[in-house]
Design a binder for this molecule. Sequence first.
Ligand code: ADP
Length: 297
Amino acid sequence: MSKAKVVVVGSLNMDMVSHSLRLPAPGETLVGHDFVMAPGGKGGNQAVAAARLGASVAFVSRVGTRQHGEALLQALRDEGIDTSGSTVDPQALPGIAVIMVASEGGENSIVYVPGSNADLSPADVQASRALLQAAKVVVAQLEVPMPAIAEAFAIARAAGVTTVLNAAPALQVSDELLAVSDWLVVNETEAGQMSGEAEPLAAAHALLKRGPRQVLVTLGAQGALLVTGEGVQTASAATVKAVDTVGAGDTFVGGLATGLAEGMTAIEAVRLGQAAAAIAVSRSGVQSAMPRRAELS
Ligand code: ADP
């Protein structure tokens, strides 16, 4: 059987994380005790999650290589991800997140510079038309401009390819984009902010009315709600000892896309995403915590 094809249209960031006892006050210099530089970005994370779970993944993005961009692309290639659909821009910076973490109390401060993620254009996406048309599932998040996502989903829809919009971070999305999204995936906070409804089920129903074929709301350790025109299904999360829940949603979306690309039913694909996310939250790190398919029983 040839591998299930997933195309991710999204962001790549380099996360630069320093650890000190507390966060510095403005103007203060503190001595830290650890530093980690790791590839991230919701797009890259979801692509890696899907690749580890056995999908054949291609990544469509715009990557500045003035600093760190080449390392970001290489990290994807090391996971077997096809980066031929990524436009390289030697003049631009890639996305960079400068993160300070306080080891006492776990508070953090983050400066995020979107860099080349903000430059992904409909023309860049057009250049990957053939990749998109050959996919089973196309996935996007909101760390790249919406016109580029709309272009990707229009190409995918015309070719009968399933589209998955992970509306994260929480931004307002047009009804036109929702109407070409087979799946809208949001966490509880995003569902509330997008719909103005505090309660997840009411939020999901309100969002469903705006055009997607199905709405999936993730509820952390409480699992997920799948709402379609036919009704509501709940999927409880596995009970695990959560060590680091950062990236749970990205692992979930990568698993969902893999399951859908393999031809699973909606709820089976949701369960694959949940099984992968449950393992990821039981380990520290984001991409480094994402499981391989063989680890899922
Ligand atoms: P996000 O990272 O976007 O906030 P969630 O926290 O809702 O997303 O997590 C996404 C999915 O990951 C959940 O639906 C659940 O299946 C799984 N998950 C998250 N946290 C836990 C946890 N503590 N225990 C088990 N599964 C979890």
